[in-house]
Design a protein around this ligand. Structure first.
Ligand code: NAP
Length: 495
């Protein structure tokens, strides 16, 4: 990379973007749009797409409507259905990144192993697994939080005679048609896999340590005529993106999850309960599928088909405890052996890792591991005191739930652009939130997080190690408002 070049009263900054997923591609496009060329997207994999590259399991679908799960500047008339499939979304990101000139900036198989801030030059030195290093002025960490598979320590797992793998490391050689498949886990991933296999495999055993509440949603294809109409008239797409019914549902949802005593969450619970009562005919199965915690405490499953699929003859729901894995299958604590050919671990991710195991050292030797000793967090989910010019996109404590995360990333980008403007103009060398502002913000965030439904008594990847939700605890609208303009008095610009 070139040294920073001073031009007039500003300078060409050098940028590193960590991760070529949805947020990293967004950052690259936005830099290109502004005429920046001095940046690299460091990508650990061999392809772009982040979560849509890592996850290729059968049934993979985004549970945000397709037209809402699109960059605002790259609408896609071709979406095949209301909820798009994983491969289709992956292809969308590939296409947008190609058309917008991002590809030459991506350096594949270059996992960032370290970021060290040099006070004197106000630069970040980046260490990479490929042995290279880079020196930059600004880092955008866009690694996502759900990319380190959580592989449970199940006794005997390595002894399984068939194929066993994590859902985000799908083994394409595994035979699924007409075989016996076990799926451990019933988050969004496990549910979608069971849906897909329920009509393909001879037997599907769905191991559920904690059953999930299911929110019924519609799914329908877009016809070729509709797609042609979308291409002719993008206002039709905008109408779907801004559909008041959809946004009303999002706002009700966000008002509900941020206050576990709200009438909105009671309404969500009632819809989920009714869905269970009305959809599952067998009372024994119905009770097996009934969660013992409040709806939306764990991330709510949006599905138009799970209750139908789970009642297909091939599917068996197992809610007992797993004793161990044996060569032939899964042995339960009650002695039952489920004989299996394939075992899928849909057991989630280590969400607290974020960009780690990369080490990150900020001002005065401050280690990110120490800063994040209790929980990964950031000022308004995007910046960190002691880590100048180091920003997160869709990082920890951002809004989670059933929101369009692309919107979140675009809002974060707009906020960060304003924050960085004085640095780009050469008026300051770096910017970071003050420790006081961050501490005050974090104290408010934690207090509010305790009132969210996520903290109402269940386990989930939303919780930090003290059991407090590591999430944005206010509404979606509050987040949008916060991202409109940074409060500059909360930041320190260094000359
Ligand atoms: P997850 O929601 O964290 O679910 C993991 C599942 O594995 C849970 O049912 C968990 O049970 C179970 N589990 C973990 N360890 C286990 C063990 N040792 N024994 C038995 N069961 C075990 O993970 P995920 O389903 O991969 O989803 C993660 C997130 O990815 C979602 O919350 C969502 O944000 C995102 N996602 C989104 C979509 C989409 O459609 N947009 C699709 C897939 C994923 P317990 O609940 O008892 O811990």
């Amino acid at each position: 990379m070139r040294d920073p070049v001073w031009k007039g009263d500003g300078k060409d900054l050098r940028y590193a973007i960590i991760g070529a997923g949805m947020s990293g591609i967004l950052a690259a496009i936005k830099l290109i749009e502004r005429g920046e060329r001095n940046f690299t997207v460091f990508e650990k994999g061999t392809d772009l797409g982040g979560t849509w590259r890592d996850n290729s399991y059968p049934g993979l679908t985004c549970d945000t409507p397709s037209h809402a799960y699109s960059y605002s500047f790259a609408l896609n008339p071709q979406w095949s259905s209301y909820y798009a499939s994983g491969p289709e979304i992956h292809e969308y990101f590939r296409k947008v990144a190609t058309e917008r000139g991002v590809l030459p900036h991506i350096r594949y198989q270059s996992e960032v192993t370290s970021c060290v801030f040099d006070e004197e030059s106000a630069t970040w030195r980046i260490g990479l697994t490929d042995g290279g290093t880079a020196e930059v002025d600004v880092v955008y960490a866009a690694s996502g939080v759900l990319h380190h598979p959580n592989v449970p320590a199940l006794p005997g797992l390595e002894s399984f005679a068939g194929k066993a793998f994590h859902s985000a490391r799908w083994d394409d050689t595994a035979v699924l048609d007409g075989t016996r498949v076990g799926v451990i886990g019933c988050g969004s991933t496990g549910i979608q896999i069971v849906n897909a296999l329920s009509s393909r495999s001879a037997r599907v055993v769905h191991f559920q340590r904690s059953p999930q509440w299911i929110m019924p949603v519609p799914q329908f294809p877009y016809t070729p005529e509709q797609q042609a109409e979308f291409a002719r008239d993008p206002a039709k797409i905008e109408a779907i993106r801004h559909d008041p019914v959809y946004w009303e549902a999002v706002f009700r949802f966000t008002d509900g999850v941020t206050d576990f005593n709200s009438p909105q969450i009671a309404e969500i619970e009632e819809i989920c309960r009714r869905n269970l009562e009305d959809s599952v005919r067998d009372p024994v199965l119905r009770e097996k599928l009934r969660p013992n915690y409040r709806a939306a405490c764990k991330r709510l499953i949006y599905s138009w088909e799970y209750y139908e699929c789970v009642q297909r003859p091939a599917v068996f729901v197992e809610t007992g405890g797993i004793e161990r894995i044996e060569p032939a299958g899964v042995r339960m604590k009650d002695g039952t052996l489920h004989e299996l050919d394939v075992l899928v671990l849909a057991t989630g991710f280590k969400a607290d890792q974020v960009i780690r195991p990369a080490t990150c050292t900020g001002r005065d030797g401050l280690a990110l591991d120490d800063f994040w000793a209790v929980r990964p967090t950031a000022h308004y989910a995007v910046s960190l005191p002691g880590f100048p010019n180091f920003f997160m996109l869709n990082g920890p404590t951002g809004p989670v739930g059933n929101f369009p995360l692309i919107d979140i990333a675009e809002m974060q980008w707009g906020y960060l652009e304003q924050l960085l403007e004085p640095v780009r103009q050469g008026k300051a060398r770096s910017v970071e939130p003050t420790r006081e502002a961050f501490d005050a913000y974090e104290a408010r965030r934690i207090e509010a997080a305790k009132k969210t439904i996520f903290g109402s008594g269940c386990t989930s990847w939303y919780l930090d190690k003290t059991g407090i939700p590591a999430t944005w605890p206010w509404s979606y609208q509050d987040f949008a408002r916060a991202m409109e303009k940074p409060v500059l008095s909360e930041f320190r610009y260094s000359a």
